[in-house]
Design a protein around this ligand. Structure first.
Ligand SMILES: *[C@@H]1O[C@H](CO)[C@@H](O)[C@H](O)[C@H]1NC(C)=O
Ligand SMILES: *[C@@H]1O[C@H](CO)[C@@H](O)[C@H](O)[C@H]1NC(C)=O
Ligand SMILES: *[C@@H]1O[C@H](CO)[C@@H](O)[C@H](O)[C@H]1NC(C)=O
Ligand SMILES: *[C@@H]1O[C@H](CO)[C@@H](O)[C@H](O)[C@H]1NC(C)=O
Ligand SMILES: *[C@@H]1O[C@H](CO)[C@@H](O)[C@H](O)[C@H]1NC(C)=O
Ligand SMILES: *[C@@H]1O[C@H](CO)[C@@H](O)[C@H](O)[C@H]1NC(C)=O
Ligand SMILES: *[C@@H]1O[C@H](CO)[C@@H](O)[C@H](O)[C@H]1NC(C)=O
Ligand SMILES: *[C@@H]1O[C@H](CO)[C@@H](O)[C@H](O)[C@H]1NC(C)=O
Length: 908
């Protein structure tokens, strides 16, 4: 290999260059030579579940174990129709990177040819295809100077182009896409673009963890661009089994001065719930940095000429972990060209953070990132791993699934060998020959309106699938060899042409191009089967009813009854709840009111289903009026009620699912899930705004009665939403209503309410004061120190004894803005006044917090990206400003997405 021919050459894609610069930049650029050899570690065993390894064109055996990975490769016969298998030219055999590259399947016929690989709907998959031309056809296509390229589709959507023009014959290109399966199979299609015959060498399918790549959905996939690991690495490619998902991590050999290797044996962990990338620890234990005389280095991503960059939208992802001992002083800025992307970034000791922004794909030919040491930092920047993906939009609609299934039955029954593969109607230019589709249904899937199978050598009977296709209008089966009866297809408006089939010899009717003689024969042929069918249907129905009663299959519909009230949100049946919660399998919380389950709606929205317990069902007279009230309450900081269920069998509320759990968990979560100061202030502001809305914008006001950290939930973007209105009642006659219903939780109880049982909005203000203290201190409302102590008293004592800084959560590691601390503590203490009249209203609380959050991130101080030029923020822009801020925070903190299935999200 020293002679330098890359075996696996993935760089259809780009050239990566690095440069470092000292204060007075002596710059140099190293272009990355890609010499790649597959991982040599061997694991004894069969392929992990969720792996499918296809060696395309394999003919002399049906399966084998790969020597390098010991993954079991299978022949592609089951997964594709058509095409021809070839071996690469003998002269390249010996050098082939691995066994799979020795054979290939090419597709000289047809514009589109598809592999159909099994999948589970809703699961995420990494699909990798490799291409080694190896001059298999002797045409020297990749080296003779002419254009040699073809396209790839994932399902009905364009994925990428494979451009082998001016490529070495033995070189290998690979492409990867990460996608969400929308059906029980995924098709990978090769598209002939008129510049050479498409072919493929390997197709790998790897099922990913559900918690990975949470920003993907059925209409957004990503195509791999590059994936690098840094530090001292032996293997050119790190893959399975070191990476359990068999991603290819290329070694970025940054070895020459001023690059420095970093290595640790200590475990590098990730936050629980930070499962978006699951970068293997072995990779994170190594990093590259630069000599301390230098201050910055560049990571440039350039698209090579072989790729059409015009439509590219790039998503860069950095993985950082501080692996130097003794928590060294290292912080740096990350620039994308001259734009500050991340300010004052400080890698976390032995914990990975992945910084990216899935909402901002970069639209350009390449990207040039600079990691620049902060003046205050002792050490220069480091980098552990780096990935770039490009966006693949999955916007094209597939043919309606009924039509697809019926056409597949037809194809199978008549053994049609007509390059009918992939989706029948979509994309339009590759639709199946002989079909006409209706694409004009707006947002609905295209449907098949005409099928022309005339003179196609069909034998057998007229297949009933045609009759079932809901949109089919014209069916031409003339001049085939169809026999048997003509079923009744007058039920729909289907026009059929059967002329020239034996089927017409017995029955002369209009379908056979002979309108003269619609005789009794037709009647018999039609009516007899109809009557027979009717009888059959009746019998089946009767049997079903009879059986339904005796078997455990309960008919839940009998429990459903009319609701007397008009409620705008969705009413679920018990059967529906059972379905969306997958038979109440995943419990995400338990509380006084009942159990909360995780559920997924038909549109894939996640929900939390709160099933109220039996006893509360009995006392549920208030339930529907309560639901009616709640269904009218909408605010961005209140957990949205999606629907409810009420009948003899169930009493339940269905809410939006909040993937980040509750505030209590986040605050107490240990060093693994530290909310920074800005995030804390934002959460406080969010919660305050939710309460302000309940108090001020609802008539009559709604008193929450049980404000506490477990009732403040966080969505995936860390936006706080108030939950659990279980104790709330529409609150009558402003602020004076006397209630005898016990409310609240120990530690949060308003002392005045305790004494007088006067429940007012100020009761919530008191509880919010406790929440605010918890946010600052990270302490629970009541704890042992060494005796039982109430949080406000503890804070007062600490402040009296020394400095206010002693109360701040130690986990913040002194990274907070001291000038604002005083204001926030003052605000909390103000909320905790004994006399409710002395407490501020939530309006005042919100306005103080707003001031704090904005001051805190005043652009002139913090250089908040995206708002650097605006010093004074007009009030109207407040929200959009906050959004920007969130964007800024998000881009750094985004890794916290996706805590799932943790208990007590909904503790009441
Ligand atoms: C691969 O795994 C199989 C199945 O466990 C085992 O029998 C075989 O010895 C392994 N082969 C190699 C080369 O490791
Ligand atoms: C099958 O073919 C491959 C290359 O095409 C070769 O390496 C392998 O030894 C062959 N196996 C058998 C069993 O003939
Ligand atoms: C293939 O094309 C290259 C470049 O044009 C040429 O150098 C080489 O000799 C050709 N090989 C064959 C076998 O035609
Ligand atoms: C969708 O289909 C059209 C043709 O019907 C095609 O031109 C277009 O590229 C497709 N879009 C995507 C995102 O694949
Ligand atoms: C980093 O590791 C590589 C590979 O072992 C080695 O060649 C290189 O000299 C190391 N660099 C430094 C600065 O130690
Ligand atoms: C394919 O690659 C060749 C050679 O780099 C380049 O000239 C051509 O523009 C590329 N074509 C496309 C469609 O990317
Ligand atoms: C990247 O940006 C840095 C500074 O912004 C510049 O010095 C360097 O030349 C750029 N590199 C490339 C490859 O454009
Ligand atoms: C039509 O089918 C019958 C049997 O189904 C067969 O005997 C006959 O040869 C076929 N005729 C043609 C023209 O294919």
């Amino acid at each position: 290999m020293a002679e330098g021919r890359p075996l696996l050459k993935q760089k259809d894609l780009m050239v990566i260059s690095y440069s470092c610069s000292a204060g007075t930049k002596p710059t140099w650029i190293l272009s990355l030579l890609l010499i790649l050899v597959a991982e040599t570690q061997v694991v004894h065993g069969v392929s992990p579940t969720g792996f499918l390894n296809i060696d395309c064109g394999l003919t002399n055996r049906s399966t084998y174990n790969d020597i390098l990975t010991n993954l079991t490769y299978v022949s592609d016969r089951e997964y594709v129709e058509g095409g021809k298998s070839y071996n690469i030219m003998a002269q390249y055999m010996a050098d082939a990177t691995n066994e799979q590259e020795k054979t290939l399947r090419c597709f000289p016929e047809g514009q589109r040819n598809c592999y159909t690989i099994p999948s589970t709907s809703g699961k995420k998959y990494l699909i990798r295809a490799t291409f080694t031309y190896g001059n298999y056809d002797g045409l020297n296509s990749s080296e003779n100077g002419s254009l040699f390229l073809f396209g790839l589709h994932i399902g009905v959507n364009f994925w990428t182009t494979v451009n082998l023009t001016n490529w070495g014959s033995p070189d290998t290109v690979w492409k990867e896409v990460i996608t969400v399966a929308s059906d029980t199979n995924i098709s990978v299609c090769l598209i002939n673009l008129g510049s050479g015959t498409p072919f493929i060498s390997t197709l790998d399918l790897r099922k990913l963890d559900d918690a990975m790549f949470l920003f993907l959905n059925p209409s957004v996939s990503i195509s791999y661009f590059i994936r690098l690991r840094f530090g001292e690495v032996d293997d050119f490619i790190t893959r399975y089994p070191k990476d359990p998902f068999d991603r290819f991590w290329e070694a970025a050999h940054r070895y020459k001065f001023p690059w420095r290797n970093m290595t640790t044996n200590k475990e590098v962990r990730r936050l629980p719930g930070n499962d978006n990338f699951q970068v293997p620890t072995a990779i994170l234990q190594k990093a590259s940095t630069i000599d301390s005389n230098y201050s910055e280095f560049n990571v440039s991503v350039r698209v090579s000429n072989n790729i059409d960059y015009r439509s590219l939208e790039l998503l860069p992802i950095f993985h950082f972990a501080e692996i130097g001992d003794n928590n060294p002083n290292r912080s740096f800025d990350i620039y994308d060209d001259e734009n500050l992307l991340f300010d004052n970034y400080r890698p976390q000791p032995f914990r990975v953070e992945s910084t990216y922004n899935s909402r901002r794909f970069l639209r350009k030919k390449g990207a040039n990132f600079t990691l620049r040491k902060k003046a205050s930092s002792e050490l220069p920047p480091l980098i552990n791993a780096f990935e770039v993906y490009s966006l693949v939009r999955m916007d094209n609609l597939t043919t309606s699934s009924d039509d697809v299934n019926y056409m597949k039955e037809v194809k199978k029954y008549y053994s049609l060998a007509r390059n009918w593969n992939g989706d029948p109607c979509s994309p339009r230019e590759y639709s199946w020959k002989g079909l006409a589709c209706n694409y004009a249904n707006g947002n609905k899937n295209p449907s098949i309106i005409r099928v022309d199978l005339s003179s196609s050598g069909l034998t057998g009977v007229l297949h009933t699938s045609f009759m079932k296709m809901p949109s089919l209008e014209n069916l031409d089966l003339s001049h085939n060899n169809l026999t048997g009866p003509i079923p009744d297809y007058q039920l729909n408006s289907l026009r059929v042409l059967l002329e020239g089939n034996p089927i017409c010899s017995k029955v002369k009717d209009r379908y056979c191009g002979n309108k003269k003689n619609r005789t009794a024969i037709v009647l018999i042929a039609v009516i007899v089967p109809v009557v027979f069918l009717l009888l059959l249907v009746l019998m089946c129905l009767w049997r079903l009813c009879w059986k339904g009663k005796s078997e455990e299959q309960e008919d839940y519909s009998i429990y459903e009854e009319e609701t007397p009230l008009h409620i705008d949100i969705r009413r679920f049946t018990y059967a529906e709840l059972k379905l969306i919660t997958n038979n109440f399998q995943s419990i995400i919380g338990k509380g006084g009111f009942g159990t909360v389950y995780h559920g997924i709606l038909e549109n894939n929205d996640e929900v939390a289903v709160k099933v109220l317990v039996e006893t509360s069902v009995a006392e549920s007279k208030d339930f529907l009026p309560e639901v009616q009230t709640l269904s009218k309450v909408h605010h961005k900081n209140l957990v949205a009620l999606v629907g409810y269920c009420q009948n003899k069998k169930c009493l339940a509320l269905v809410y939006d699912f909040m993937p980040r759990g509750n505030l209590q968990q986040l605050l107490r979560g240990g060093y693994d899930s530290i909310l920074n100061w800005e995030e804390r202030l934002h959460i406080a502001l969010d919660a305050a705004q939710g309460l302000e809305y309940l108090h001020e914008s609802c008539t009559p006001s709604i008193v929450h009665r049980d404000v506490k950290t477990p009732n403040i939930l966080l969505d995936k973007n860390l936006v706080a939403k108030i939950s659990d209105f279980g104790l709330s009642r529409a609150f009558n006659a402003a602020h004076t209503h006397i209630s005898t219903v016990a409310a609240g939780t120990l530690g949060y109880l308003d002392p005045e309410y305790h004494a007088t049982f006067q429940l007012t909005v100020k009761t919530d203000v008191y509880s919010f004061g406790i929440v605010l203290l918890e946010i600052v201190t990270g302490q629970p409302p009541v704890f042992m120190d060494p005796q039982t102590v109430h949080l406000p008293n503890w804070v007062r004592q600490k402040i009296a004894r020394g400095s206010i800084h002693d109360v701040v959560d130690k986990k913040l590691l002194d990274q907070y803005d001291a000038t604002h601390l005083q204001t926030v503590i003052d605000l909390a203490m103000n909320c905790l006044e004994n006399a409710s009249i002395d407490r501020p209203s939530m309006i005042e609380v919100v306005s103080v917090l707003k001031r704090e959050t904005i001051d805190n991130f005043n652009p002139s101080k913090e250089e908040c990206h995206g708002c650097r030029n605006s010093k004074a923020v007009p009030v109207d822009d407040l929200w959009s400003f906050n959004n920007k801020l969130r964007w800024h925070l998000l881009s750094v903190w985004i890794y916290r997405w996706g805590i799932r299935n943790e208990p007590h999200f909904w503790a009441s």
